[in-house]
Ligand binder design. Sequence first.
Ligand SMILES: Nc1ncnc2c1ncn2[C@@H]1O[C@H](COP(=O)(O)OP(=O)(O)O)[C@@H](O)[C@H]1O
Ligand SMILES: [Mg+2]
Length: 364
Amino acid sequence: MISISSMTKSFGPTAVLRGIDLNIEAGELVALLGPSGSGKTTLLKIIAGLEWPDAGGLVVDGKNWLALSAQQRRIGFVFQHYALFPHMTVRDNIAFGLSVRPRAERPGKSVIAAKVDDLLGLLQIAHLADRFPGQLSGGQRQRVALGRALAIEPAVLLLDEPFGALDAAIRRDLRRWLREVHQKTGSTTLFVTHDQEEAFELADRVVVMGEGRIEQIGSADQIHDRPASPFVARFMGAVVELPVTLRAGRAEAAGLDARAVERRAMADGPARLFLRPDAIALEADPASPWRLTHKASNGAMIRATLQQDGGLEIPVDLPRHSAPDLSLGSAYRLRPLTGAVFSFDAAPQADAARPLPILKEKRL
Ligand SMILES: Nc1ncnc2c1ncn2[C@@H]1O[C@H](COP(=O)(O)OP(=O)(O)O)[C@@H](O)[C@H]1O
Ligand SMILES: [Mg+2]
């Protein structure tokens, strides 16, 4: 088990990790999801022993890893840009980590050969064993890179956007393949990505990071339906933000029917409602201040633009075949299917620090 506690790290004036608390169970595959610059790579490098935190703890299987060198930690690391040795065959690349061990710990030649054969089979690259990296596709090279990382039977496997440079279709294949490999090896794995689809498809538990903090930990459904902060709501595509009044936990505003939005245990008063454009139904309502100002179809979806008395403008995406007849200039009431309410008082950049009542996970 990996246990990260109160970890902070700055580069000069830039606070890159601002108090990370995270536990990863033995054998678990966790995805770390966040936009570029949120500190994901820095966290991996600290776990690998390539960077040191300013403060905080890193305990793995009961041992204080901050007291160990990178070599002593037994880490498997795969980066976005494969760093295979170009002059070595696939077989030799995979064997590398074992063949450079100190003599006393080094397995015999035949043991290494058998181990590499096992991995070539597991990774479905046996037919590539005698090729050189230059003769492989990008996806094949990343399979080899994973083989090299797994050969040393790492205590922890760290994957930093390993499929980031590859085409969407190949990435999808590799995701499925990685899940299978993980099920067979059971390595404790931390997978970093900025791609939501990749994170949710790969991991049961996704850790959402924003600006050096963990914003939320949960399953795809939990993160979609109950974003823990405005940051997560926006990151998950809830880009419609409406000023509302909260009354008995329910969001109210003119031209809004938010009955389907879960009540929020928050004080009455002004609040912000975050909605996804594709989770809003429209109903004709002459009394609503929202008017349809624009609509366009891409064949599957209709993108409607609604505007409030010359002010706030929002996008609404409706499946074309089940959309109501929309006429420009008419008034419509918004009926969100899901949504998230946050308090209005805090400045947006302070949102991450504000505790939220709805989640059980520890807030940082
Ligand atoms: N060695 C370094 N020196 C100075 N700044 C760094 C260094 N490494 C990372 N940073 C900064 O830390 C922030 C987080 O970077 P990083 O951990 O690479 O984020 P991510 O992997 O989520 O994109 C960025 O603003 C980056 O510029
Ligand atoms: Mg990175």
